[in-house]
Structure formats: C-alpha cells, structure tokens
Design a protein around this ligand. Structure first.
Ligand code: DGL
Length: 274
C-alpha cells in the first residue's frame, strides 16, 4: 500500500492553529489540510448538517489516501465524530482512523486547575453538545466545568478583526459573563480552534490567577503518543515532510487569511465539494 498523508480538517481556518503545533512537533510526516470555508461557520448548524458536511470531507481525505484524519474543529468533533467513528467508518472505510480534539484535551485539562473549576469557551454547537463536560468528568470527576458560548469570536477572527476595539469589547463581555457566573475558575480552555488568535486580548482581560489554555500543543502531543502506540497506522504515513492545503472557497482569500493562523505563508488549492 502507498504511504499517505495525515489529514487535518476544519470548517475553515481554525484547524490551522492545531496544524501549526502538530507540524512543529511532528515535521517528518506528510499532511493534507482541508478547510470547508464555503460552508463555514459550522458553529450554529444542526447535528445532521455538521455530520453530513464532515463525513463528506472525510470521504475526500480517504480518496486522497489519508490513513488517519484529525478533525481539528471542536464543533465537528462534538457533533459528528462519534457517529463517524461508530457508524460510518465500519461501513465505508474500516481500516481508516478519524480522531478529534475534545478527548485529548479532556484527558489533560484537569491537571491545569488547582481550584477544580474550569471554564470552557466554544461555539454554540460545542457548548450545547455538552461534550466537554461529559469527557472532562470521565477523567476528572472532581472538576466543575462551566461552559459559555462565544458566538461573536469566530466571525471577529474570520474577518481579521481580532486586534480591534470591537474584539476587545466582545472578549471582555464573554470573560466577564463567565467569571461572574463562576468566580472560582482558575483555568479557561479555548475550546474552539479559532480562539487562539484572540489570545493576547484574552490574557489582557483575565484577572490575576486565571490562566488560559489553547489546544494546539495538547493535540500535537496526543497525536505523537497515538502514533507511538499505533504502529499499524504509523507505518502507513508518508514521511517527506510535505504539506498541502485545500479550501472549498476562494484560494486567494484562504491564502491571505491563513498566514495569521499558521504562522507562515500558504498556497492552497480549490476543492469543489458544494
Ligand atoms: N473552528 C471551529 C471550532 O473549533 C469553529 C468554527 C465554526 O463555527 O465553524 O469549533
């Protein structure tokens, strides 16, 4: 069998913040990134729609020869991953693997808190799914999870407005709301792959003693660990350090925006799915 790249999927740009950490830690592998920008954001869409879109993208990754795909989008991980892993994969591609970002994050987030109170900020879809609370409590039953949806943050980031007074207003608004509701929180998890672009602004508005955690490095280390434990998948991966990028929307727009998420220049290709 020919070696294939690791697939990295997001509804748009956000997954690039995870890919950035993965590529830094595991530069030896080949990667294929897909942002479904034409249908983003996924955050407010129904379970059925997010499942349908995510599955369609997974089928494309498999056609492109990926033995393993990381769903680097919390919304898609929350709404579609379980169905894909349990119902779709056994039917359409039993030898392929699809991993998400919620479980690896839930496995470690309890180690960051001393007060045992964690704030989880995500899209409406991620928060309403309750996935973080369920998963975190499997590993850390003593941790109280306080969730809040921040619907304005993805559009601010998508439109490049993350350093503006408008962003500052909405960063402060959601942080105040969360910390007023639960003043014992000492750790805030950014459970949306877009939010790391607001990191500086978020840090500026956090009270002393409250820290903020992004997922990129957590997911990267978890992937490294997975590949060490799953030799049968690791041996199927290409190892030329090659990366390619696809978007379902305009490539020029993607390339312009993607640099701030990925930290270096990207040249993408168009994928027609819709
Ligand atoms: N990046 C996605 C996530 O991590 C959110 C963007 C969207 O709503 O599509 O949840």
């Amino acid at each position: 069998m020919q070696a294939g790249p690791i697939g990295i999927f997001d509804s748009g740009y956000g997954g690039l913040t995870v890919f950035r950490s993965v590529a830094a830690l595991l530069p030896q592998y080949d990667y294929l990134y897909l942002g479904d920008n034409a249908r983003a954001p996924y955050g407010n869409r129904s379970f059925e729609t997010v499942h349908e879109y995510t599955l369609e993208c997974m089928e494309w990754f498999f056609k492109m020869g990926c033995p393993l795909v990381i769903v680097a989008c919390n919304t898609a991980s929350a709404k579609a991953l379980r169905t894909i892993q349990q119902q779709d994969l056994p039917r359409i591609a039993p030898q392929k693997r699809v991993l998400g970002v919620i479980r690896p994050t839930a496995e470690v987030i309890g180690m960051y808190t001393k007060t045992n109170e964690v704030g989880v900020l995500g899209t409406k879809g991620t928060v309403n799914s309750g996935s973080y609370e369920i998963e975190i409590n499997k590993f850390f039953p003593q941790v109280k999870v306080h969730q809040l949806a921040c619907p304005m943050w993805v559009p601010l980031v998508e439109y490049g407005e993350y350093n503006t007074p408008g962003a500052e207003y909405f960063v402060q608004k959601y942080l105040d709301e969360l910390l007023t509701r639960a003043s014992g929180i000492d750790t805030i998890l950014l459970a949306c792959t877009h939010y790391p672009l607001l990191m500086d602004m978020i840090r500026k508005h956090l009270p002393e003693g409250v820290s903020v955690v992004a997922q990129g490095d957590i997911v990267a280390h978890s992937l490294a660990d997975y590949l060490q434990r799953h030799h049968e998948i690791e041996t199927l991966l290409g190892r030329d350090g090659h990366m390619s990028f696809y978007t379902t929307d305009d490539v020029k727009d993607f390339d312009n925006h993607a640099t701030s998420f990925f930290g270096r220049k990207i040249t993408s290709a168009h994928l027609h799915l819709v």
